[in-house]
Ligand binder design. Structure first.
Ligand code: ADP
Ligand code: MG
Length: 705
């Protein structure tokens, strides 16, 4: 049963209820408006905003109308000139006014139709682009041919919509006009003072105004950004999403957790044995996490820190706190290589402690796997490390207290939920190295509390970054030879190839063979198609400095920590995104030695590729890089919104509406502080807003309490 207020029904009706939308066009609208996912509804038509506008204002005369842009002119029909019977020339209709004449040109049209719409002697208004052809003005296939009455219905500015194959602009205009007729009168859900201050119109007025624009400048690409009508709707959308997140968060808050309090008996000695002391932001983050663990509420916290900021040790100390409290903790990482690396390091660190650790990556031998599963089920293993295998069906924990997800952007939201379901009141810590701009973090993680590692551990040296054309490969290889002789370890990352993994592999194999020829037996290769054991062997040889140059596909991108590695070569760097380049470069510069990163490219570079590489050379600040990335790409693309769990926006664009996002967040919190269940008059109106932007799950949360 839907709780949707009936007032909204007309907007949620399928598009087929609109005049002129039949079974042939409905699927096209579905493709255009919902990416083919859902049947299109009236509201989807309304949220499909114009991308521009065409002025249809009547020009004073044919002669004064400019060439090459859409114009509307009036003229009297003088003559029809059909093509010669076998000729290929088009059908022409000549119209004229006091200042000159104009040929209307038609290919493949019904003559009957033309003689009806353009009878000789009648005055007609035609709209289209005039061009000069052999010295004569002509207009090919006018957009509009109207009589006096028709002219009255022609809007001064006609909206231009994004289309999909099979749909015409004219159809969409009609469709939208019909949809606008369905708009019910709706109560205001925004704060009156805020609306007044911004000079924003009501929701329905904003929609009408955008679809019936007053000027071309207000709806063209640039104009739309600042258009207060669009801003109003963008704010509506952002408020809806922030409100939904705030509701989820408030609900989470009400869920009982169990206080998990450690006595420091394991984490204390481990912390003291570290070869370094924690940075102050590590200490702060750890304290925040421990306070969450100790509280009665369930924890959902994000630990955000740039590559190399030292998240792992914070997570480990937090997990040990859970272990001290007699509960279990699990750390999930995205790759086998990383899981194994953590397992080995942590096992070594905990050798004396008596804490039993299990590794689960989905490729253990059956007997080994059984032992781990048993240990998790009977509680004898208190620390579990692994990949998503940790949270698959069939894995049971005696008493899981804390689940940690590393590099969360690789995991979907549903995995986050799967983890929480592995025990009673599991606290969840999510770690990410993707330096998400603050603005985006709000939409992505609005339901989480956030700890930030804002500083890098002391002693890190900057990574000297150079941009070099692949044509200078010989020099680069020469440089590597010297670097090897000086005792450096080198990563060589081969490009992502668009077509398939197999070609990725081919590229890496080719480079591997080539470098082996140039540098000798010190070159190794690791790629995603290798078995886990094969990967481990290669990584171990690299760590043992048996291999000095590790050629790889991007499998090393995430998490791998080999402090001695000091040179990162990225081949075809122009094919990588900024975030990826930053992650890759973050693999070096971890030890005490001066490190370098070579970005090899093949020209010619596109504008954005050039900008990306330059940013990499200019800064190592992950947040700055993320902001630039956002600017260069636009928010949706940056995170591949489908995978990232980033709510896709219909109207707001986080690349330029970020100012509104923070306001929406604060607004949402304030609203719930005053009216947690949205019962007040404004609360009821806000429920409508949640429906309009498909956040109705949140309305259901209100009931579920
Ligand atoms: P990331 O945040 O990218 O996961 P890691 O946890 O892998 O970073 O840490 C990177 C390196 O920094 C590791 O070798 C780790 O031992 C080291 N490290 C962590 N914290 C500190 C610190 N406070 N001082 C010095 N080195 C540290
Ligand atoms: Mg890490």
């Amino acid at each position: 049963m839907s709780l949707r207020p009936p007032a909204l029904d007309p907007l949620f009706a399928p598009v087929t209820t609109l005049a002129g939308v039949g079974p042939k066009l409905a699927p096209l609208l579905k493709r255009l408006l919902t990416g083919g996912e859902n049947d299109a509804r009236v509201i989807d038509v309304l949220f499909h905003l114009p991308r521009g506008g065409v002025s249809r204002e009547l020009r004073p005369s044919i002669r004064s109308a400019p060439f090459g842009e859409p114009v509307t002119v009036a003229g009297v029909v003088i003559e029809h000139k059909p093509p010669a019977p076998q000729g290929r020339s088009p059908y022409r209709v000549i119209i004229e006014d006091d200042t000159g004449d104009l040929a209307l040109v038609f290919f493949n049209v019904y003559r009957d139709h033309l003689s009806k719409t353009l009878p000789v002697g009648a005055t007609r208004y035609v709209s289209g682009v005039i061009e000069l052809w052999n010295g004569f003005r002509q207009m090919t296939h006018p957009d509009h041919i109207l009589d006096e009455n028709g002219l009255k219905t022609l809007p001064k500015i006609e909206p231009v919509y994004g289309l999909t194959e099979g749909l015409t602009s004219r159809f969409l205009i009609r469709c939208t006009a019909a949809a606008l007729e369905r708009l019910p009168s709706l109560p205001e859900w925004q704060d009156a003072a805020w609306i007044a201050q911004r000079k924003w119109p009501p929701f329905t007025e904003a929609l009408k105004g955008l679809h019936r624009p007053g000027s071309v400048a207000s709806v063209n690409e640039e104009g739309m950004i600042g258009n207060p009508l669009r801003k109003r709707l963008a704010y509506d959308e952002l408020l809806a999403s922030q409100l939904a997140l705030a509701l989820a968060r408030a609900r989470m808050r009400r869920l009982r957790g169990r206080p998990t309090i450690g006595d420091g008996s394991v984490s204390g000695p481990l912390e003291r044995a570290l070869p370094f002391s924690l940075t102050s932001s590590q200490q702060r983050a750890l304290a925040e996490i421990r306070a969450d663990l100790a509280s009665e509420h369930k924890m959902l916290r994000l630990l955000q820190g740039d590559v190399g900021s030292g998240k792992t040790v914070v997570a480990l100390l937090a997990m040990l706190t859970a272990v001290e409290a007699g509960r279990q903790a699990a750390l999930m990482v995205p790759t086998e290589i990383l899981a194994r690396q953590h397992f080995e390091r942590i096992s070594a660190m905990l050798e004396q402690s008596g804490v039993r650790i299990g590794l689960l990556t989905g490729r253990e031998k059956t007997s080994e796997r059984r032992k781990v599963l048993e240990g998790l089920a009977d509680g004898s293993i208190s620390l579990a490390l692994g990949t998503h295998a940790l949270f698959q069906e069939g894995v049971t924990y005696k008493d899981l207290g804390l689940a940690v997800v590393d590099e969360q952007h690789r995991f979907g939201v549903h995995q986050r939920l799967a983890m929480g379901s592995k025990g009673e009141a599991v606290d969840v810590l999510v770690m990410t190295a993707t330096p998400i701009p603050r603005t985006l973090a709000l939409t992505l993680y609005g339901d989480m509390d956030v700890s930030v590692l804002s500083e890098k551990p002391a002693g890190r040296k900057p990574v000297a970054t150079r941009i070099i054309t692949l044509e200078r490969l010989d020099e680069v290889a020469g440089g590597l030879k010297r670097a090897i002789a000086a005792g450096n370890l080198i990563y060589w990352v081969c490009p992502l190839v668009a077509e398939s993994e197999k070609t990725d592999l081919a590229a890496a194999e080719e480079r591997f063979a080539d470098l082996k020829k140039r540098l000798g037996d010190v070159v190794g290769l690791v790629h995603g198609r290798m078995s886990g054991a094969e990967k481990d062997t290669v990584m171990e040889r690299f760590m043992a400095e048996d291999i000095k140059v590790l050629v790889s596909t991007t499998v090393i991108e995430v998490g791998v920590d080999i402090p001695k590695a000091s040179v990162m070569v990225i081949e075809h760097a122009e094919r990588f995104g900024l975030a990826q380049l930053h992650q890759l470069r973050g693999r070096v510069g971890r030890g005490g030695t001066a490190s370098s990163c070579l970005l090899l490219y093949r020209g010619p570079l596109s504008q954005t590729a050039k900008a990306r590489l330059q940013i990499m050379r200019e800064t190592e600040d992950g947040f700055r890089i993320a902001e630039e990335d956002l600017r260069l790409r636009g928010a949706g693309e940056m995170l591949g919104s489908k995978q990232s769990g980033l709510p896709e926006t219909k109207i707001a664009n986080l690349a330029f509406d970020s100012d509104l996002l923070a306001a929406a967040r604060d607004d949402a919190r304030l609203i719930l502080e005053r009216d947690l269940t949205l019962e007040s008059e404004r609360g009821q109106a806000l429920r409508l807003l949640l429906y309009l932007f498909d956040r109705d799950q949140a309305v259901r949360l209100l009931k579920a309490g």
